[in-house]
Write a protein that binds this ligand. Sequence first.
Ligand code: NA7
Length: 547
Amino acid sequence: MANSFVQNNGVASDYHEVVIVGVGMTGMCQLHYLKREGVDVLALERNSEVGGTWYNNRYPGCRFDSESFTYAYSFSQEVLEEWDWSERFAAQNETLRYTQFVADKFDLRDNIEFNVSVKSAHFQETENLWKIRLEDGRSIECRYLITSIGALSTPTLPRFDGLDSFKGESFHTFHWPHRGINLEGKRVAVIGSGSTGVQVVSEIADKVGHLTVLQRRPNWCAPLKNGKISPEEMSDIRDRYAEIFETCNSTHGGFLHDADPRGFHTVTREERLALWEKLYDEPGFGIWLSNFKEIFIEEDANAEFSEFIAGKIRQRVDDPAVAELLIPKDHGFGIQRVPLETKYYEIFNRDNVNLVSLLDEPIERITESGIKTETAEYEFDVIVYATGFDAMSGAFDQIDFRGVGGQKLIDKWSDGPMTYMGMFVSGFPNMITLLGPQTGSYSTNFPRAIEAVSSWSTDFVLHMRKNGKIRFDAEAAAEEAWCEESQASINQRLLRNAKSWFHGFNANVKGHDTLKPRPYIYVGGNPKYVRRLTDIKNRDYEGVTIT
Ligand code: NA7
């Protein structure tokens, strides 16, 4: 690994042209792209392995809801030829193995330091460098700092009294013990009914003694319809990879699924029902993304479709009272992230599963032996918190980022993020936030967006080099305009009303327990986002001051 040392205030520190923080799917891609261009790059990873999300999350049931073969990296024909996916929606351990396979193939580990946490990153104005301090006391300097620290990498626990008093085992799903845990015969509580909670409870219901699902607001879930991929199917997929990625790059969400071209109002109700029945029966996010566009824009269209899904829930859950508890009343289908499920609703027909609605009986405290709600006391051996993440900006808040004039990023973002394209933050020169808030990636099948932004930022670093430049910064006006454009992309859609992590909302985190005035996501779609990036590059990096 190329590296050199610079003297700073008499202290020698490790120097690299680029330092990447975080080596999940995004950091790996960025590292590979820079490495193959011969850039001196070091990547820092707090885990002992690559993989990010797929390394950390070990809870039972953890798997893709993107089709495996659309989630894969497309940049290497060799990897596409050599890697077989075993399931349409691969489980966590398979995806982790995939990331390790890619890391080995491109010798990425040579440029990664594992088990290191970044404590702070301060921009050095006179030298135009970033000084990064690690938790172990060392420091590293770099010309360009690239963050790929994850959108959902800061788990959050509820703010209940007595959290530490529980005598049994309890953990957040993100911290599910890597050694595994035997739940046989145990009384298990799972708090939370987002994508994670839904995956966990569906997987463990028939393996535990008794399962209590503690649900605050229900979500609209739809069938995943997973299945094995046979060798013949894999061979067919391999033959079609080019076409698959071309399609993904052309759709709003970066999936094979794309909106029905017909207008909601131009077809009859029977035709709408026929489409919905078909989509409900098909694998993946089709039910969300291959629907009529109006579902996400018009209240009435959304209500009609939500009622269709409510009917499905009523059909699948035996007890009508339980079915009603599982049907969201505060938001329509697709306005929040849709959990994809495998026999989720059917678990509530089992004798060993019960549902506690926290809207009816909020949790008062955690006790030594379990959970006390306003109306009852429950005893458990294990409590699982599937309570989500301090999304998108949470990982940034963990590091003391300081830009020009010592400005703290956390202060700049106190009313919500301000970025240019989700990639640059004005006043924080020489920093690229690959999966930062307001990137196009959040409304996209991640790897499709990851490859686009990593490739763009690689070109950008090479452009800086080629032109002998050493400093860039986003223009404040460009940043302002991007915030407005991101907000406009949200305002057009019903999701503007969602109280969800899409908007950085998290009732468990001080400062995030009310909606912020600024947007966290850009939902204009991947093709439009990538076109914007291309235009910016073609216009000599418009909106970025390069000196
Ligand atoms: P989510 O989608 O943020 O879900 C968190 C769940 O936890 C949700 O049902 C919350 O209910 C519930 N929650 C959070 N705090 C509490 C408290 N204090 N009391 C009761 N219930 C609570 O996170 P996930 O991990 O499921 O999914 C994150 C993403 O990972 C997912 O979208 C995929 O992209 C992968 P609430 O809705 O706030 O009432």
